[in-house]
Design a binder for this molecule. Structure first.
Ligand code: AR6
Length: 534
């Protein structure tokens, strides 16, 4: 057997793929109408970014995150048949500064400023984590040492996050840059469930179109069998993060940018007419997006509510990424549910944990030292592109024209990020997007991603997550399409035909269909009215 047949990668050599290292990351750190910076610029490389403006600026409206420390954050207290309004931040401060030495006391403190939930919340996960998972020494260490630091961090909110945080609303392109310290403070607040109006999510609630941010839902999960022990492992990742960010000798001087991008309707590609040719592909059955996609646009196989089930039962690709890089969680504070032609891009996050396993077998494996280089503005060369695939109950539906177009537009919304920047050619690190929990077909989804990467003029690093057969088949298809000089438009036309054939003919896999169609030149005569509009 030659080396070539046993190697676990195919296509172009990975070292030839363009990366972002040394380039100016997008968007640049310049405040504008589209970019809110919550710290002072310029920041020196060794300095910790300072909050900007100096004084806390209170805003309580529909366009900004409602802050726990706002003077408008009031709640009604009934006492001796009288009701009065109390400032919630005062109660938060008072309750959290009292000694908290057990999970019961922590629950009680959290309930004191969320009194509506007094008889509704029971923090099963939190209690059993300390009772069953950690030993006595570790539990003491948490309550005596770490928790006071988390609380201290949370209570610095009015001095650390002084500028109102805009909500990243649907259809609005906007970026928010925060310092790592500000992010840590916001996450400490989320952990302590202080964000107002963020505890329920029924269809009528104010933030029903936003992900969860307070940890109450997570703390309430139940670990009733060993199959659920991965929930403890999720909590360990969070604790690992807080240990690092509160440790006296860690320098938190980085910056992270959260951006929402919508494809302008005038820029939606006409897929059927696209004359783009496929770009380079590096494909491997080894490694992962986060370990091996350094310096590339790393795809988050997202939920339209970014973060998916990270504060619930989920522990697949997106959730794991959010657990090992908890700074991603802050996106849940302000990102409204994604629409079909939108993506969320997060630049500069640090990785804090290592892990093993997946889903139920997920395990925290200790501290990760992130050695990814940083740019002149202390932003790490790590860019995450969150795009949500569609969930398919019936696998046939993914081949419908409107769904093909939707997934092309969605991935293109992410892949075309920063097209006029120095990073416009940076490769995409992806894999079986939409093909796990969302039940898509790997052959189709890999092709759609190759097509939108080609449309965005970017090469692709594809991780098949251990599947060598899939690596071979995607590589062969890519080589075939390149050798025949096939355009993105031509592949689109063939895919549309495939759906019609699924309805009538005996089952043929999508790859076989494409090989056959191209060999017999069947696509050339095909036109589709619906697709002509995009
Ligand atoms: N690197 C490369 N490939 C991976 C990795 C990784 N780190 N992890 C998993 N895969 P899935 P979806 C492969 O199910 O179908 C979440 O709850 C592996 O082959 O996470 O788009 C979100 O919040 C896996 O089967 O993505 C959404 O609600 C495949 O990628 C929902 O799941 C798909 O991973 C999205 O589901």
């Amino acid at each position: 057997i030659s080396n070539d047949e046993t190697k676990n990668w195919k296509g172009i050599d990975k070292s030839l793929l363009p990366r972002s290292f040394g380039k100016q990351l997008f968007p640049s750190l310049i405040p504008s109408l589209d970019h809110t910076l919550l710290f002072k610029i310029p920041i020196g490389i060794s300095n910790i970014p300072e909050a900007y403006p100096k004084e806390y600026c209170d805003t309580w409206d529909d366009n900004h995150v409602k802050m726990p420390c706002s003077r408008h954050n009031l709640f009604l207290v009934h006492h001796n048949n009288k009701s009065s309004k109390k400032n919630r931040w005062d109660v938060i401060t008072y309750s959290l500064l009292k000694p908290i030495l057990s999970s019961e006391e922590l629950e009680k403190a959290i309930i004191s400023y969320n009194p509506k939930y007094k008889d509704k919340w029971r923090f099963y996960l939190l209690h059993s984590f300390f009772d069953e998972c950690l030993n006595e020494e570790e539990t003491e260490e948490f309550f005596n040492n770490l928790l006071p630091k988390i609380i201290n961090l949370a209570l610095q909110l009015p001095t650390l996050v002084t500028k109102p945080i805009p909500l990243l609303k649907q259809t609005h392109n906007h970026s928010i840059s925060l310092s790592q310290m500000q992010i840590a403070c916001l996450l400490a607040n989320a952990f302590l469930c202080t964000f107002p109006h963020r505890n329920v999510s029924n269809s009528k609630s104010e933030y029903s179109e936003y992900p969860y941010i307070n940890f109450n839902g997570f703390f309430q999960l139940m670990v009733n069998s060993s199959a659920n022990h991965y929930l403890y492992e999720k909590l360990k990742c969070i604790i690992c993060y807080f240990k690092k960010v509160t440790s006296a000798n860690s320098v938190l001087n980085g910056v992270v940018t959260y951006s929402r991008r919508r494809l302008p309707s005038g820029d939606l590609p006409y897929w059927l007419q696209s004359t783009k040719k496929l770009t380079n592909l590096y494909i491997t059955s080894d490694g992962t997006i986060e370990d091996n996609g350094d310096g590339m646009l790393q795809v988050d196989f997202a939920n339209k509510f970014i973060g998916g089930g990270v504060l619930g039962h989920g522990s697949v690709q997106e959730e794991i990424r959010f657990l090992i890089c908890p700074e991603l969680l802050v996106s849940q504070l302000f990102s409204e549910k994604m629409l079909h032609t939108e993506a969320i891009i997060i630049t500069g996050v640090e990785r804090f944990s290592d892990y093993s396993g997946y889903a139920n077998s997920f395990e925290w494996k200790g501290v990760h030292l992130d050695i990814t280089p940083i740019d002149d503005n202390n932003r790490r060369y790590t860019t995450i592109v969150a795009i949500d695939a569609l969930y398919y109950n019936d696998p046939k539906n993914q081949f419908k024209t409107k769904n093909l177009r939707r997934e092309l537009h969605k991935s293109f919304a992410g892949f075309s990020w920063g097209q006029d920047s120095e990073c416009s050619d940076v490769a995409i690190a992806t894999g079986n997007w939409g093909c796990g929990a969302f039940r898509g077909d790997c052959h189709l989804k890999s092709l759609l991603q190759l097509m939108s990467a080609a449309q965005a003029n970017r090469d692709v690093a594809y991780f098949t997550f251990g599947d060598t057969k899939l690596m071979d088949s995607i590589h062969s298809m890519h080589t075939f399409l390149k050798s025949k000089n096939i355009t993105v438009g031509e592949v689109s036309r063939i895919l549309i035909k495939y759906y019609a054939c699924l309805e009538t003919l005996p089952y043929v896999g999508v790859h076989d269909y494409i090989y056959d169609a191209i060999t017999n030149k069947a696509w050339q005569v095909f036109e589709n009215k619906e697709y002509q509009s995009g």
